[in-house]
Design a protein around this ligand. Structure first.
Ligand SMILES: [Zn+2]
Length: 248
């Protein structure tokens, strides 16, 4: 058995790329044994890591981000679930999983990054420079190393589907465009009630940039506050795979 190689066209050669040795004890084809790549660094120099599960040769590209706000970390457990044995069974889709794009915020238990910027207001689509406080958008679009790392990865991989986890609303946010049926499917499988996202004011968000710039089916899952139980984590992992299947 050999470790699957990434297709050359998708290699992140031009991006800061560091392969890390396999995790001891896992078999060579186990997702946990696959190398992860560092796609960038936070303000404080913490690595932002991506790990692929599923079928790296599949044309269907899926991004799953456990958190962008550092105090909303339950999505990390969904990412862990996808990277575990469950992820081994994913067929026909290439999942790129990121635990957090805001490692400084997670370390500090804080929504924003170490510059005090809300990374989910720092993307260019609909960027609003007047936002401050918890929604501080930063001095200009992509002013932060973390949002630039997402930008580089997205431009290279051109994801078909992107699921971003937040807390604590306890809702699957259904976009008002053609991707609504995918979010509704997610809501059904995860049993996290759907709510229309059209009215949510989120200028400069990651999903709006991915949708408008690349046509990605991108939506937010607002997990409930507090700690999810194991059954919920499993349902959310299953829901991402169910939505990916719709796109095949
Ligand atoms: Zn959030």
């Amino acid at each position: 058995m050999t470790i699957r190689r990434f297709p050359a066209a998708l290699a992140l050669a031009a991006v800061l790329l560091v392969s890390v040795a396999a995790v001891a004890g896992a078999g060579p084809d186990h997702p946990r044994s696959r190398p992860h790549s560092v796609i960038g660094e936070s303000v404080r120099g913490r690595p932002i890591e991506v790990r692929r599960v599923g079928d790296p040769r599949a044309p269907l590209k899926v991004l799953v981000v456990g958190s962008i706000h550092g105090d909303e970390t339950q999505g990390h457990r969904v990412v862990r679930r996808l990277r575990g044995r469950y992820g081994e069974r994913i067929r026909g889709a290439d999942f790129w999983t990121i635990t957090t794009v805001n490692p400084d915020g997670v370390a500090a238990g804080e929504r924003r990054n170490a510059h005090g910027v809300d990374l989910n207001r720092n993307f260019s689509h609909g960027f609003d420079p007047t936002l401050s406080g918890g929604y501080n958008s930063g001095p200009h679009p992509f002013s932060e190393p973390e949002s630039r790392a997402v930008k580089r990865l997205t431009k290279r991989v051109r994801f078909d589907l992107a699921v971003w986890y937040h807390q604590p609303w306890g809702e699957t946010l259904v976009p008002c465009d053609s991707s609504s049926r995918y979010a509704r499917r997610y809501a059904r499988v995860s049993r996290l009630k759907p709510s229309r996202e059209c009215d949510v004011y989120a200028p400069g968000s990651a999903i709006s940039w991915q949708r408008h710039r690349f046509g990605t089916v991108a939506f937010v899952v607002e997990l409930p506050g507090g700690r999810l139980h194991g059954g919920e984590v499993r349902r959310h992992a299953r829901a991402t795979v169910a939505v990916a299947r719709m796109l095949k």
